[in-house]
Design a protein around this ligand. Structure first.
Ligand code: FMN
Length: 208
């Protein structure tokens, strides 16, 4: 299965991803032993199944009623949204339907990061915090201020990103989490508005 179908999706439409399925049986001990950062990628696509797996481990649902995610979040805010910048366009991951919503049909991988290796790689995730979801829960915590929102959304993103690191280690893929993202350009391209903020990027691909 290739990711070519993603290029055929119309902007504004959803594309259903295949259910998560690991092609290799990942041994967790090996995943920990192999976890590392990669900064050199082949300019070649990864399979649609792997793309589906990556979005699922980064922020998909692994439990229903209520929907709960593969990564923990402070006060179960589930405030982190995951976007993907691919050759086939820019997509927003929708965990409710395990699908990708196309928001731009152009190859904008050059805006995904400042470093050259990012532009070659097939997929860069962008973690975005939805601050509107980060509200005080009565009886649980004091009022939430701006500093809390920045701190906890960064903390939560680290869990999403580590899931991707471990998945990649198990699948023989390379990845790198990045603070080096052009927040303003990406926020504009993703039409984020005032209540959402780019936290980190994470690039995934076949290591060179
Ligand atoms: C929050 C965070 C931000 C990072 N930002 C970048 C980045 O912008 N560019 C980059 O090439 N690597 C970035 N890295 C990757 C680090 O360089 C890498 O994790 C570190 O060298 C340790 O290597 P290892 O992950 O293989 O253990 C970042 C890592 C973290 C945790």
């Amino acid at each position: 299965m290739t990711s070519e179908k993603l290029s055929e999706v119309t902007v504004g439409k959803e594309f259903s991803l295949p259910e998560p399925k690991f092609e290799n049986s990942i041994d967790l001990f090996s995943a920990f032993k192999n976890r590392k950062t990669t900064k050199s990628f082949k300019n070649e696509p990864i399979s649609l199944q792997k793309i589906a797996n990556i979005f699922w481990v980064s922020g998909g649902y692994n439990r229903k009623d209520p929907n709960m995610r593969t990564a923990p979040s402070t006060m179960n805010w589930q405030e982190i949204e995951v976007y993907g910048i691919l050759k086939e366009g820019i997509f927003k991951y929708l965990p409710e339907s395990h699908s990708l919503l196309k928001i731009n049909g152009d190859d904008l991988r050059k805006i995904a990061g400042f470093q050259e290796y990012v532009h070659e790689a097939p997929l860069s995730l962008v973690y975005v915090a939805n601050f509107e979801k980060m509200q005080a829960v009565p009886g649980k915590f004091r009022d939430i201020n701006e500093q809390d929102r920045v701190f906890f959304s960064a903390t939560d993103t680290a869990f999403n990103a580590e899931n991707v690191y471990l998945y990649c280690a198990g699948e023989g893929l390379g990845c790198v989490v990045r603070a080096g993202v052009d927040r303003d350009t990406i926020a504009e391209e993703l039409k984020l508005g005032d209540s959402k903020q780019v936290v980190l990027g994470q690039t995934v691909g076949v290591p060179k």
